[in-house]
Design a protein around this ligand. Sequence first.
Ligand code: SF4
Length: 466
Amino acid sequence: MGEEQARIATRDEPHDAITGVFNEVAVGRCRSAGRINGQRTPRAVLTALAFVKKVEYFARGRSGSLETQAYALVNARAFFDVDLNKFAHRDLPVASPETFGHSESVTSNERIQKALLAWYRKNARDLPWRRTQDPYAIWLSEVMLQQTRVDTVIPYFDRFLKELPNVEALAEATEDKVISLWSGLGYYRRARMLHEGAKAIARQPFPRTATALREVKGIGRYTAGAVASIAFGEVTPLVDGNVARVFSRLFGIDDDLRKPKGMDRIWSIAGTIVAKDDPGSWNQALMELGATVCVPRAPRCLICPLAKECHAHANGREHELPVMSAKRAPTVQSRVALALLADDGDVLLARRNESGIFAGMWEMPSIELQKDETPEACAKRLSRSLGASCEAVALRGEVVHVLTHRRLEVSVWGAALRSFSPPRPTHLAEYDTVALMSRDEGAKRTKSTYGKKLMKMGFPTRSRGR
Ligand code: SF4
């Protein structure tokens, strides 16, 4: 196809970006571009022509993700001086983009960056962690925001920073203090890892790159990317659930995002497209778009700054993407908990092992109900394991607590404690300590929402006298 033909073929097409590149090709700027595997073989020419036809198809706005368009364009450029008419009616093979190992179209990426950053500057929510460049505060916010909603996090974030304003203060704080400040946010392992990380960081200058941050125990790929890009301006990507959804729809990624291959692909795209001049804002803008516009169930494409570039929107696939295989249903675990109250008003509590679910947390002791065991028999077995003798064991009620992969259904039994001589070590696999303490102390030590639910059910009214 000659230059004039290319101009004629493309001047009336509606898609500016595609016609722009076709015209660029037509004026000869890319005519000397390379060959497939360094050779212009008949097969390579046919493949390139197939791409040319695909580009024409996409240019009419019918199909194709930006990514595929980009690949097609790159390959079309290399062969544009071939007479297309000779092959116009053949059934041409289409090679996959991977055949050629090309990356995203730079032009397309730049348009996306410009549109999204402009939108973010106008529409970003005013959140406390966005008013600071302090890496400690940004790190704290990112850890708190994992699996927790923004509205829930704000008061916790403010209180935590007020009490422990810098990484040194966090490193020196007791675990009890850290867990108290976290109490109610759930997923307490996050708080413990944050605490551990602070102890490591306080001994050195704050790591400034994603690679250095990942050396710190408990800091993963996402958090490292967030802190390095937002606090230190490192050109490094991040991917969370919101970002993955946006990229899947924007570029028409059909891979299952619950599989490592799918997420690897998203990370690879994120690394290619991260804005070099303001990576921190870019990463936040992506997350903001996913949280407020490109939301899971009803994406608001009409007000989306990327609508013109979006594969899913152009092809009516907003509700098809991202592809996510079904979540594993949480396994149900039936347990029995025992609320033991001594004559003097003390309560019997147990502390979870240092690893595993609710690690290190105090709560009313409980064990898993065995197959064919009645809850009452299980409650008695539990009291024996605790080294407690009790009377009048009675059902108080049931507590249900849902975790990411587990649903705990706990039958709560109460009894008067007559004597207590705890075996050491404890006979309970999930606890390392069992102790009697006052109701007030018990309430203070019970910090998990799960533990608080058990306490409320097991000791419904406060006893007087202590
Ligand atoms: S146009 Fe719609 S589907 Fe595409 S990125 Fe925007 S909100 Fe998401």
